[in-house]
Structure formats: structure tokens, C-alpha cells
Ligand binder design. Structure first.
Ligand SMILES: NC(=O)c1ccc[n+]([C@@H]2O[C@H](COP(=O)([O-])OP(=O)(O)OC[C@H]3O[C@@H](n4cnc5c(N)ncnc54)[C@H](OP(=O)(O)O)[C@@H]3O)[C@@H](O)[C@H]2O)c1
Length: 256
């Protein structure tokens, strides 16, 4: 046999769906997956920002699929339509998410539902959609974006932390449930990453508070590309024997 074996990190011939791809971690993920050879379908709500993302992607065949993932019941149907249009998926990176801080005394049902739907129920509906006949190629991988917030106690962040902890537990269960479908399921758990989400968080803190958070990151804050690299690894064949884990991508934040 002649020819070089392709790298296990190579994503040529793969089709990936990236949610949250209109900015931040999702956009960086879409850019890297395309660089590695994948064809990428990018999701978010902002059509204009999805078009900007498409403009950053190397290669051909990429497309935008704007959709509000808060409509969780409609997600499996929406995914079916995407697969019918653009072909079945090999990978899903679920980067869409919302973070809103609130002390538990102010948490009501509407707030709880909003955060849990956006972060956790959306993931379950996407996983369900991905598993449908015709929606995956039988060599699939899902990566859900959790957070170090799932591992540590932070006042004012209880509901967000619960949603991200739920993703870790759910990914373990999904990993086992989807074994016979050839679909692996893992999480990445970033610490603070420089995105719009971090900027919005910064507005809610004093300079001193924010600098204390920065000081708690041994290697400084992360960049979206740092998380994208971990996601690309978990989507690729390089991680073919990794299943049901949550990988901290945190510059040593949890190691202290
Ligand atoms: N940045 C951090 O420090 C950090 C740390 C740990 C974990 N994370 C997690 O990493 C993920 C990405 O974070 P980020 O910092 O990149 O966030 P971001 O800059 O706020 O971007 C969030 C993305 O999610 C999309 N999105 C939100 N709600 C949506 C909905 N209902 N339907 C469809 N798309 C929706 C947004 O798209 P549209 O606005 O176009 O709808 C946007 O593309 C999130 O899950 C976040 O919880 C972030």
C-alpha cells in the first residue's frame, strides 16, 4: 500500500455543526475545524454575525443555519432539515450558551428555565437530533461546552453552575447511551475566556473584583482558540478512545 496515512487530527471529509458560532468560542471552533478540513454548518441567532464567521472559514461547502436553540422542542426537526440539506453530521460542537449571574434569593422559575433551557436542554435536544437516522454518519462525536463553574462554588452563579454541571453528568450518560450508535460524547470545561460573555461579566464587577479573578488564573485568561483546539481534538479520531469525560481547558485554574 502506498501513500501517507492521514493525521488522526485531520477532519477532511467531515461535516460538523457548531452552535454559538456567531462569536467567541463557537466562532473560533468553526474557524479551526474548517482549517483542519471539515465542512462546517454554523449556528447562532444573528444572521449578520454568522455571515462574518462564514467569511473567516477556509475551504468550501460551509453554510449558516440560523436558529434559536431556546425552541428546544423544535431542535430535532431542525437538525433533520439541516442533514437533509447539507448531509449527515460527523461532529457537533455545542458552544451556544448563556451566563447570567443572580443570587439564589432572586431566582425564579422563569430565570431557571431560561438558563437551563439555553445551556442544558438545548444540548439534550441536539444530542437527540444528532442521533436520528440520517443525521449522523455513524462515526460521530459530540462536544458540549461546560465550565469550571461546574466544579467550584461561586456565589451568584448557582443556576449557571447547575446547568454546566448538568452537561457533565448528561454527557456521561449520553456517552453510554450512544455507544451502539458509534457516537462519542465529551465535554470541555473552560475557565475564563476572553469573549463577549466575559466582557458582559466584567460589566457586573468592580475593577478590583475583576483583577482578583484574573489573578486566580495561573496562566491568565484563555483565548477562544485555546478552547477550539480542545474541541477539535475531541471531535477528531485522535480522541477515538476518549468518551464521557469533561476536559478542563483552564490554564491550571482547577489545579491550584
Ligand atoms: N467565555 C468564558 O469565560 C466561558 C467560560 C466557561 C464556559 N463558557 C461557555 O462557552 C460557551 C461559549 O461562550 P462564549 O464566551 O463564546 O459566549 P458568547 O461570546 O456570549 O457567545 C455565545 C454564543 O451563543 C449563541 N447563543 C446564545 N443563545 C442562543 C440561542 N438561544 N440560540 C442560538 N444561539 C445562541 C450566541 O449567538 P447569537 O447571539 O447569534 O444568538 C453566541 O454565538 C458557552 O456555553 C459558555 O457558557 C464560556
Amino acid at each position: 500500500m502506498t501513500g501517507e496515512a492521514s493525521s488522526p487530527f485531520d477532519l477532511n471529509g467531515r461535516h460538523a455543526l457548531v452552535t454559538g458560532a456567531s462569536t467567541g468560542i463557537g466562532r473560533a471552533t468553526a474557524v479551526l475545524l474548517a482549517q483542519l478540513g471539515a465542512r462546517v454548518t454554523v449556528n447562532g441567532r444573528s444572521v449578520a454575525r454568522l455571515e462574518e464567521t462564514l467569511g473567516l472559514l477556509q475551504g468550501d461547502g460551509h453554510r449558516a443555519a440560523p436558529f434559536d436553540l431556546a425552541d428546544t422542542d423544535a431542535i430535532p426537526r431542525w437538525m433533520k432539515a439541516q442533514a437533509e440539506t447539507a448531509g449527515p453530521f460527523d461532529g457537533l460542537a455545542h458552544c451556544a450558551g448563556v451566563q447570567v449571574g443572580k443570587p439564589v434569593r432572586s431566582v425564579d422559575r422563569a430565570f431557571f428555565d431560561h438558563i437551563l433551557h439555553a445551556n442544558l436542554l438545548s444540548a439534550l435536544a441536539l444530542a437527540r437530533g444528532f442521533r436520528q437516522k440520517g443525521c449522523n454518519t455513524g462515526r460521530g462525536a459530540l462536544v458540549l461546552v461546560s465550565s469550571v463553574a461546574a466544579e467550584i462554588g461561586q456565589p451568584g452563579n448557582v443556576v449557571y453552575a447547575a446547568s454546566k454541571g448538568g452537561l457533565v453528568s448528561a454527557s456521561r450518560g449520553l456517552a453510554m447511551e450512544f455507544l451502539r450508535d458509534g457516537i462519542r460524547v465529551n465535554c470541555v470545561a473552560p475557565a475564563m475566556v476572553e469573549t463577549d460573555m466575559m466582557e458582559r461579566f466584567r460589566q457586573t464587577t468592580t475593577t478590583d473584583q475583576f483583577e482578583a479573578i484574573r489573578a486566580a488564573h495561573p496562566m491568565g485568561f484563555g483565548r477562544p482558540e485555546d478552547v477550539a483546539s480542545a474541541i477539535a481534538f475531541l471531535l477528531s479520531d485522535a480522541s477515538r478512545w476518549i468518551n464521557g469525560v469533561s476536559l478542563p481547558v483552564d490554564g491550571g485554574y482547577l489545579a491550584q
